[in-house]
Design a protein around this ligand. Structure first.
Ligand code: SAM
Length: 253
């Protein structure tokens, strides 16, 4: 998988690709990365990349030519390359979409600044507009990093498959609560113990406890996920029974 990031501040993404697990994935060749500075494709000697929007209104817009020239240089529009504009007007980014994107050969990510980009660039080059949430960021770089971070960790060879199995959103549930040493923590509110069952070594009981906690947490924080999972038939009989029990002691689903 290759990530190509188009940005006016490529050093933001460069730092991410040279750090931690991502840096290892790049050095092992699991991931390829290229950053393109849109300013390098500006037409004038001042390297201008923004101008006032037609029709008036607050703020500036990214100029069409530098961005479209940068996209052409990245090979946008050729097979195997999916061009994405990070935008608050896009469709919502989810774990499902992260899985879908992780199957692509190359993602070309356009990071907007100012009030965004000229619609004609979207019409010409963009395959998807993707939003990372219902709020407005000042720039697309942070959104691109969210998309990259959520998708690259799903690639074979980046992290162990077991780590992905029971994490939040897998199988329609959030993750169970986790504990590590010390077993007893003397907090300002008194002694806090890690749940005894996790220290019992009884794998089946631990599995059941974790499943129950996943259901309870999802019911408390994201009942919409449970409802969707039920509609899609994601849950096995054991999980459905736990959901019924948990829902009967709360307000229900
Ligand atoms: N004028 C735009 C609007 O109202 O929709 C907002 C532009 S925003 C200040 C600047 C850039 O940040 C956008 O071009 C986009 O790339 C990025 N951005 C802001 N919020 C985002 C979000 N929720 N998801 C993805 N990208 C976002």
């Amino acid at each position: 998988m290759k990530y190509t990031v188009l940005s006016l501040f490529p050093e933001i993404a460069d730092a991410f690709f040279s750090t931690s697990i991502m840096a290892k994935a790049v050095s092992r060749g699991v991931i390829e990365y290229q950053s393109i500075n849109i300013r390098d494709y500006a037409l004038d000697k001042h390297k201008t990349c923004d101008d006032a929007p037609y029709g008036g209104g607050a703020g500036m817009l990214m100029l069409l030519e530098p961005l479209s020239r940068a996209l052409a240089a990245a090979g946008a529009g050729t097979p195997g390359k999916r061009a994405i504009y990070l935008s608050p007007s896009g469709r919502m980014f989810t774990q499902e979409l992260a899985k879908e994107l992780a199957k692509e050969q190359e993602l070309i990510l356009i990071c907007g600044r100012y009030e965004g980009i000229d619609q004609r660039v979207i019409d010409l080059y963009v395959d998807d507009e993707i939003s990372i949430g219902d709020y407005v960021l000042s720039s697309g770089e942070t959104a691109a990093l969210v998309l990259i971070d959520a998708s690259y960790r799903l690639l074979d060879g980046v992290i162990s498959p077991e780590s992905l199995n029971e994490e939040s959103f897998s199988g329609g549930l959030l993750e169970y609560p986790q504990y590590t040493r010390p077993e007893i923590y003397d907090s300002i509110q008194g002694e806090m113990r890690a749940p005894e069952i996790l220290l019992s070594g009884h794998h089946e009981n631990i599995r059941r406890w974790r499943l129950k906690k996943r259901v309870e947490k999802t019911l408390a924080n994201r009942p919409d996920l449970l409802r969707r999972g039920m509609e899609k038939g994601l849950f096995d009989d054991e999980t459905c029974k736990i959901i019924d029990e948990a829902a009967s002691v709360t307000e229900g689903l």
